[in-house]
Design a protein around this ligand. Structure first.
Ligand code: OAD
Length: 264
């Protein structure tokens, strides 16, 4: 690490250590070092010829429910076989060090909850949950797959309540609205934040991508960790280039030191 990197890291950590209302916006990049490909990574193996943006839509599910169901089963199995990484654990420590930390995530892997973060807003749902595609008992009508028997090679089961619509993953697809409570909370947290830390998102999907801009308009400092430039990079006070699982633990180590010094 060069001297300049050290200075940037120190300044990055100092801004976080002084935060009283930290918002953390996370995207697929934070789970990359867990071995989960990001949304826009080229898909490999059986799925290489499909474009994720064409599978994650209501019309794709209508056209070919089995294809979309199988793709999500594949993604869920990848997640189940993976473990949260050092970046996820570093955010737990940050929550313990600072007065208020709220994570706003676009990820559906559930890793922030798995490691024990308490304040997590899920903008794009949860791949481990399943719901009725027709929301027959209201949105969302959750379905417990462990209670259903069906031929798993044939695609999704029918909803056990209406027996008409298919079961589908409880994730937000392109063209669908985000869960309204989650979105409302995310707007409030972004408006009130004094610092927003943006980790591992390309900033290509709205409305999630607008949250750092909203935070900045309301006076928050924006900090970014990403090996590549994103749509948010231009408004970042400091960006640290690199993988989250390497950089975030270094940042949190410095935050801990600042906190310890200021307590003494
Ligand atoms: P993307 O796949 O669009 O972007 C991943 C970002 O992570 C990129 O900016 C990478 O440079 C960055 N990245 C890669 N490796 C990293 C690492 N080790 N540490 C930190 N950053 C790293 O994923 P998202 O921005 O999360 O939505 O995508 C947002 C949404 O697009 C997804 O939630 C999904 C998709 O459409 C829906 O399904 C609605």
């Amino acid at each position: 690490m060069s001297a300049n990197d050290e200075v940037l890291l120190d300044e990055f950590a100092r801004i976080i250590a002084n935060s009283t209302r930290l918002a953390v916006s996370t995207g697929a990049g934070i789970s990359k070092e867990s071995g989960i490909p990001t949304f826009r990574d080229a898909m490999d193996g059986l799925w290489a010829r499909y474009d994720p943006e064409e599978l994650a839509t209501p019309s794709a599910f209508q056209r070919n429910p089995k294809l979309v169901w199988d793709w999500y089963t594949y993604r869920r199995e990848l997640i189940n076989a993976a473990q949260p990484n050092a970046a996820h654990y570093a955010l737990v420590e940050l929550e313990n060090l600072l007065p208020q930390v709220v994570i706003i995530t676009q990820n559906v892997d559930g890793f922030h909850d798995k490691v024990g973060n308490r304040n997590v807003i899920h903008l794009h749902g949860n791949i481990h949950r399943t719901k009725c595609a027709d929301a027959c008992k209201g949105e969302p009508t959750y379905i417990d797959l462990s209670q259903i028997e069906w031929n798993q090679d044939a695609g999704p089961p029918l909803c056990p309540y209406c027996k008409k619509a298919y079961a589908r993953p409880d994730v937000v697809w392109f063209t669908e609205p985000l869960p309204s409570d989650a979105l409302r909370q995310a707007y409030t947290v972004s408006r009130k934040a004094d610092v927003m830390l943006v980790i591992g998102t390309s900033g290509l999907v709205q409305p999630a991508a607008s949250l750092p801009f909203l935070a900045a308009e309301h006076g928050a400092k924006i900090l970014e960790i990403n090996p590549n430039p994103s749509t948010i990079s231009n408004i970042a006070t400091i960006r640290l280039e690199g993988g989250a699982a390497i950089i975030l633990p270094k940042v949190v180590k410095r935050v801990r030191a600042y906190k310890k010094n200021s307590d003494e």
